[in-house]
Design a binder for this molecule. Structure first.
Ligand SMILES: [Zn+2]
Ligand SMILES: [Zn+2]
Length: 271
């Protein structure tokens, strides 16, 4: 049986919104941004950390609307742009990375990043069938159109593609990103993807975790995932003296919830 052809969406039916990103300051120096008009499947968190010497951006959304002008408002008149990190090379975490001068990525994500422009991220009828099948199998069947609004009148979600991007710096576990008064250690935390990283501010007990851990169903059945790696990563997270996790999806949470999530994963998959 062949699936029925889906009618192409009429982009002119979508409202145009001026502020594409929502912004919430969770501390005096950490802002959480997200894209409220993007479907759940691709609605990720972007984290902006204002430092004394330098600023940091952890993930950059889907690339639907320009991000740099939004962040330059946070720089309080200082002429500087953040060090931009992608926790991994999935569509919803790397879409805006091309806008920034310093672009950091783990080497094991380079190949996926180089293919980021190959699909129409918001119009799933043109996705490779096996990709849709994997997501459906994981309990996340994608809707045909993954936005409910447009950032500009000439934006066509059915033909939109993420701009090609390459990293300017490759980072590995143990590398340090120094913002002046706070330092982030790169943790290599494979499982969701082979080159997934977290950023760990030990002094504050703060972990920016990307899709390694968040408080919802975790994805470990993608072709780039490994349950075996994920088990090792979860054991490592159990031992980390975390005070707060700033995740790639959903809301921040504390150490007890992190330990519950990690223990639940290990109960299901370890041994
Ligand atoms: Zn991901
Ligand atoms: Zn994600």
């Amino acid at each position: 049986m062949t699936p029925p052809d889906l009618p192409r969406p009429d982009p002119t039916g979508l409202p145009v919104v001026a502020d594409w990103f929502s912004v919430t300051w969770v501390t005096g120096s950490i802002a959480m941004l997200t894209e409220p008009h993007v479907d759940d499947l691709l609605r990720a968190n972007l984290w902006y950390v204002r430092g004394r010497e330098r600023d940091l951006l952890v993930d950059s959304g889907n690339g639907v609307a320009p991000l740099r002008p939004v962040l330059s408002r946070f720089a309080r008149g200082r002429d500087r742009e953040p060090i931009a990190v992608a926790t991994h090379a999935h569509i919803d975490h790397i879409g805006g990375l091309h806008e920034f001068e310093r672009r950091l990525l783990h080497p094991l994500e380079e190949a996926a990043a180089s293919r980021i422009s190959e699909i129409t991220p918001l119009w799933t009828a043109d996705w490779p069938e096996e990709f849709t099948a994997q997501l459906t199998e994981a309990g996340l069947p994608p809707a045909p159109l993954l936005v409910g609004a447009r950032p500009a009148p000439d934006f066509d979600p059915a033909t939109f593609r993420i701009a090609p991007v390459t990293a300017t710096h490759l980072v590995e576990g143990g590398d340090v990103i120094d913002l002046g008064e706070r330092q982030f250690q790169v943790l290599h935390l494979p499982g969701h993807t082979r080159g997934s990283i977290g950023l760990w501010d030990e002094a504050a007990g703060a972990l920016f975790s990307g899709d390694v851990v968040y408080d919802a169903e975790l994805l470990d059945t993608l072709p780039e995932s490994s349950v075996e790696d994920y088990v090792r990563t979860m054991r490592r997270l159990l031992d980390l003296p975390v005070a707060v996790v700033y995740p790639g999806h959903e809301e921040p949470f504390g150490r007890e919830r992190l330990r519950e999530i990690a223990r639940a994963y290990l109960r299901e998959h370890d041994g």
